[in-house]
Design a protein around this ligand. Structure first.
Ligand code: ADP
Ligand code: GLC
Length: 478
């Protein structure tokens, strides 16, 4: 099977969150099942050397305001298609936000162009290579099936994957012609959403199949609480909606080989973890202690629920816990954690920023990772935590609920616990979960068993890649 992925980011080239990790990892697992995946992403400046190593395979005289081309290149074990459109993507800084912290003013054109290019590959093929299925990821690729629908030629089916329904790509209806959308698509069954244009809604309405990144989130999306206005449409299409759990790249995230650690370790030899902890304590200005070292590696936004952690800090510190936090996002949260590290100097350490290597060291050196998300489509940091024996303390929602087994008495007795879950999701229950963690940590035998169990928990892509293949096959049958 030949598959085209269309997405706005892909690790290790360009990453703002878990979407990139997934796009960079799935093609490798699908390859072992005889599925060849080509990944179309914009040629942001970070990809300049990859672009220079490639070959032009499609050209556009005017792609939403300037000439553009698609460059094919092999890099990092991936078969990349890079949409080189300098007028849209050749900008320093964040791929979604301008220097003022606001969305780039032309994000509608930037990601319409990406979708348009994806649709053209599906319709025309690239020098004899034509995808059997297109998998469009998140709102940035949501218009792929819209542009295909506007064309009479035979085209491959489109599978739309929701990584996070909170981001929908909504723009004014006056942009319809600038986006080269036919007015007959501006309907309830097309791109229209309460009088505006919604890229994600278009993708959900016009695709053949829909997937999202965990079974629990698939169920949550059908409710008004989590569906964020699209639950009605998803209820209508629930037979086409599949929740497939994300996995992780087991080569990139491997405590036995990870070059970002000061000491590697494994299930059978855990000693290295202590050395990583010592390094982390030094990096975050933490004093040494016997209590658990908690960590956070996260975007700092309301989704992630870290405002609740601020309320829990006095108790966490009182119980001998330490915290190392790496994150960036909302300015008031950044400032609040910087303030907390001053107030609890030696017990709370904050590094504001985005640092891939440090995120690995944090997983390698911490005892537990805190993920109190208000909603979480899948979440990857709890999977990295499992793999690194850093027990996840998670809110019971979405993919967090699907991947962590709570250490209640029954689960401890039957030896299946891998972390701690809490619900309802509020600061009181979160604080209670932190206390439970401190109590368990004080019982080294039980804790070490849980670490080993967590590290053996399957978190790779094998099973989920088979599930994706099933969806691609059934999309083709439609
Ligand atoms: P989301 O995609 O909603 O942000 P995920 O848990 O799926 O959440 O993925 C987040 C990814 O981004 C993980 O790979 C995590 O390690 C990484 N990450 C988040 N914040 C940072 C940061 N400040 N520095 C380095 N990596 C980060
Ligand atoms: C989104 C979600 C996150 C998920 C990631 C990859 O960013 O917020 O839960 O793990 O996409 O699918």
């Amino acid at each position: 099977m030949k598959l085209l992925f269309v997405a706005s980011e892909c690790a290790p080239f360009v990453k703002t969150g878990g979407l990139a990790d997934v796009i960079g990892a799935v093609p490798k697992s699908l390859a072992s099942m005889n599925v060849s995946v080509r990944v179309l992403i914009p040629a942001y400046p970070a990809l300049a050397t990859v672009v220079a190593s490639g070959q032009t395979v499609m050209s556009f005289d005017d792609l939403f305001g300037g000439p553009a081309r698609i460059v094919a290149a092999q890099a990092e074990g991936l078969d990349m298609l890079l949409l080189d459109a300098p007028h849209l993507y050749d900008r320093a800084g964040n791929i979604y936000l301008g220097p003022d912290g606001q969305d780039w003013h032309d994000n509608d054109l930037r990601f319409a162009a990406l979708s348009y290019a994806g649709a053209q590959i599906g319709l025309d093929g690239l020098r004899g290579w034509k995808p059997d299925v297109i998998n469009a990821h998140d709102w940035q690729a949501g218009l792929v099936p819209a542009y295909i629908r506007q064309d009479d030629r035979p085209s491959p089916p489109v599978v739309m994957t929701i990584h996070n329904i909170a981001f929908q790509g909504i723009f004014e209806s006056t942009r319809l012609s600038a986006l080269r959308l036919n007015s007959n698509l501006f309907t309830k069954d097309g791109v229209e959403y309460f009088g505006k244009i919604s890229f994600l809604k278009a993708g959900l309405a016009l695709s053949h199949k829909i997937t999202t990144v965990s079974p629990s989130y698939a169920a949550e999306l059908l409710t008004p609480e989590f569906g964020m206005g699209l639950d009605g449409l998803l209820r209508e299409r629930h037979l086409d909606l599949h929740g497939i759990l994300n996995g992780i790249d087991l080569d990139v995230w491997n405590p036995q080989t990870d070059t970002s650690l000061v000491a590697t370790y494994s299930v059978s030899s855990l000693a290295g973890k202590k050395k990583n902890r010592a390094e982390l304590e030094a990096r975050f200005g933490l004093s040494k202690g016997d209590g658990p070292l908690f960590c956070v590696v996260s975007r700092l936004t309301s989704q992630k629920g870290l405002d609740m952690l601020l309320d829990c800090l006095p108790d966490l510190v009182d119980q001998g816990g330490k915290l190392a936090l790496l994150g960036s996002g909302d300015l008031h949260l950044e400032q609040a954690f910087v303030d907390a590290s001053n107030r609890y100097a030696g017990s709370v350490g904050t590094i504001i920023g985005y640092d891939e290597a440090l995120s690995h060291l944090i997983q390698g050196g911490s005892d537990a990772i805190l993920i109190p998300s208000r909603f979480e489509p899948c979440g990857l940091t709890q999977l990295y935590g499992l793999r690194y024996g850093t027990l996840p303390i998670v809110a019971r929602t979405g993919g967090l609920a699907d991947t962590v087994i709570d250490a209640n008495d029954a689960a401890l007795h039957s030896e299946c616990a891998t972390g701690i879950q809490f619900a309802p999701i509020n600061a009181i229950m979160f604080s209670h979960a932190i206390s439970r963690t401190c109590e368990l940590y004080a019982k080294p035998k039980i804790w070490t068993k849980m670490m080993r169990r967590a590290m053996r928990h399957p978190v790779g892509w094998d099973q989920s890649a088979v599930a994706y293949l099933d969806v691609y096959n059934s999309a083709q049958e439609r």
